[in-house]
Design a protein around this ligand. Structure first.
Ligand SMILES: NC(=O)c1ccc[n+]([C@@H]2O[C@H](COP(=O)([O-])OP(=O)(O)OC[C@H]3O[C@@H](n4cnc5c(N)ncnc54)[C@H](O)[C@@H]3O)[C@@H](O)[C@H]2O)c1
Length: 260
């Protein structure tokens, strides 16, 4: 997701600093952005001049301390609370005092991250959809501690990216994933019980429900590991059986069959 978010921001004219854990992953992420923009040029979605300017606006770093000159930081590390808490604690120290700190978390409590940052009034969720370049929605998530000014700035930023914004309270799964996850997990159940084939399930959702992508294809796109982490995060807070990930999904994640 980080690569897609960086691409959207750079294509909208922002100077972007991409931070990864090491230079190998950084190079892989930057290469992904380059390929995506070349594809956009080939499809006539952007000019080659725009591609080049957007690429030049992106700087890559492998050290969080280099984010000391950013007005807005959008965190997109894996969906693991301890990891995100650590990142927000470090961002609270490193980012300029005025900077807004946003999380692309799908399901974790933004309030946890806000408190970890030491500047909770400037923290909110900025949940992009996959693929970030294409999907027109940006879900903003406010906590009890988010300042109104932070939301105003985040909304203006989202609109400057060409996104439509919706605002959700910090509640498990927010709006989009609270609606989406049960259908993804149900599609696995239908497939496992042999009710219908993979393609029939996806076609039914596309043509019957008007979904642009079937739930099983969407599962692959999001990544099975991310879906399990999301389902577990919502289940842990709600104990709602609609969010209990089927065992086969866990086995596939353990086996490295992640989709994508
Ligand atoms: N995959 C999706 O469709 C999707 C959609 C919306 C939101 N999200 C959310 O976006 C976040 C990332 O998900 P993903 O699927 O891109 O995960 P991913 O595992 O594909 O990517 C995470 C990246 O973060 C990097 N990383 C790990 N620790 C880091 C650190 N301390 N500093 C900098 N980089 C670090 C990893 O090297 C990796 O490249 C999660 O919170 C997820 O819930 C994902």
């Amino acid at each position: 997701m980080g690569a897609g978010i960086a691409e959207v921001c750079a294509r909208s004219g922002y100077a972007v600093v991409v931070c990864e854990v090491d230079t190998v992953r950084l190079d892989a992420g930057l290469a992904r952005i380059a390929v995506s923009m070349e594809r956009a040029v080939a499809r006539g979605k952007m000019t080659d001049d725009d591609r080049q300017s957007a690429r030049e606006r992106i700087v890559g770093v492998a050290d969080l301390a280099r984010l000391d000159d950013c007005d807005l930081v959008i965190e997109a590390v894996p969906e693991v609370l301890a990891l995100k808490r650590d990142v927000f604690a470090r961002l609270g120290d490193v980012a300029p005092a005025h900077a807004i700190l946003a999380s692309n978390t799908s399901c974790l409590a933004v309030t946890d991250l806000a408190v970890a940052s030491g500047r909770p009034s400037q923290v909110l969720g900025m949940h992009f959809m996959q693929p970030a370049v294409v999907r027109p929605l940006l879900e903003l998530v406010t906590t009890l501690l988010t300042a109104p000014e932070t939301l105003t700035q985040a909304r203006a930023f989202g609109e400057s990216l060409g996104k439509t914004t919706v605002v959700s309270r910090d509640d498990p799964g927010f709006i989009v994933n609270r609606l989406m996850l049960p259908s993804l997990l149900q599609s696995v159940d239908l497939l496992e019980r042999g009710v219908a084939s993979r393609d029939e399930i996806d076609t039914a959702a596309q043509l019957g429900l008007g979904h642009p992508l079937g739930p099983l294809a969407l599962l692959d796109l999001i990544g099975l590991d991310t879906v399990v982490l999301m389902a577990d995060a919502i289940y842990a807070e709600t104990h709602d059986p609609r969010f209990a990930a089927p065992a086969i999904l866990r086995r596939m994640v353990t086996a490295g069959r992640l989709g994508r």
